[in-house]
Design a binder for this molecule. Structure first.
Ligand SMILES: [Zn+2]
Length: 284
């Protein structure tokens, strides 16, 4: 295998498993900050994408990566404003999005869906160390934060990646952060965390009704509303393909082979381990 091909395969494997490398993570990757729109920045590298919204009264973050990334996140925020982080809106319970909670809690309010909080409290993601700190403030449908004359909304549209995914909306900037309802190139359905491939497309259909043109995914590059639509259509295609095979009586192994060939669910991917068995039951 050529070195380039090997590197590409490694990159693809990292993308697919990005959500789940929490407890195998030993060294923080360097973080980078880029501007998305006026007063809105993206911090990438190691764990999920962090959105930074700067206001005259402090900063609103979306997600806070792993515990080990806290200091680097704070340093990146300091490069664009001297004001402190006041709120962290959590998109869901996974440790690559909530690992920094414990370190932000003494000085910031953390807000998540009630289900995301319950998933942390009930250890829905196994083998996470250090222990995750849940949000102190929760919502079941929609909430909003108003700070320095700016507004950010967070809404639960239904199940998908988990049963507690919030989509975060910056109305003045016509931008959303999807959490892992969009992540990488293929969906990871966390059945242990209440995810559903059947509900996922309905959840994104509902989110698409918001007025926006820019999308920050949970992992991967910033995209457009059209990019999110393409991603959602691919989930529908994957779901229908799997359902067709399952209704023909195909085994999990056979369905897995098709998912690997057509949707990038390689045998070592987290999708093969965490999504395939649950999908066999859900789509029966
Ligand atoms: Zn996730």
């Amino acid at each position: 295998m050529s070195r380039t091909l090997f590197a590409r395969l490694c990159a693809a494997a990292l993308l697919f498993t990005g959500c789940w490398i929490a407890y195998t993570q030993t060294q923080a990757q360097p973080l980078t900050l880029s501007k998305v729109k006026e007063d809105l920045y993206l911090i990438e590298g190691d764990g999920g994408n962090v959105a930074v919204y700067v206001t005259s009264e402090g900063v609103i973050l979306v997600d806070d990566k792993f515990e080990q990334d806290h200091d680097a996140i704070v340093a990146q925020v300091k490069s664009v404003t001297p004001l402190p982080v006041k709120y962290v809106l959590s998109t869901h319970h996974h440790s690559d999005h909530t690992g920094g909670n414990a370190k932000f809690l003494p000085t910031a309010e953390i807000i998540s869906t009630a289900n995301a909080r319950a998933n942390i409290v009930n250890h829905a993601q196994p083998n996470v160390a250090p222990e995750l700190a849940p949000a102190r403030v929760t919502f079941t449908e929609e909430t909003a934060v108003f700070l320095g004359g700016k507004e950010v909304r967070a809404r639960y549209f239904g199940r998908g990646h988990t049963n507690g995914d919030a989509v975060v909306y910056f109305p003045a900037l016509r931008t959303i952060h999807t959490g892992d309802l969009m992540a990488g190139t293929t969906p990871l359905i966390d059945y242990r965390g209440g995810g559903s491939v059947v509900e996922w497309t309905k959840t994104l259909d509902a989110a698409m009704k918001w007025d926006f043109d820019t999308v920050i995914p949970g992992h991967g590059a910033v995209t457009t509303k059209a990019g999110l639509l393409t991603y959602n259509n691919n989930i529908a295609k994957l779901r229908d393909r799997a359902a067709g095979l399952i209704h023909q009586g195909k085994s999990q192994e056979d369905v897995g082979k098709v998912m690997a060939a057509e949707f990038g669910w390689g045998p070592k991917s987290m999708q093969a381990q965490w999504s395939l068995p649950g999908m066999m039951t859900e789509l029966k």
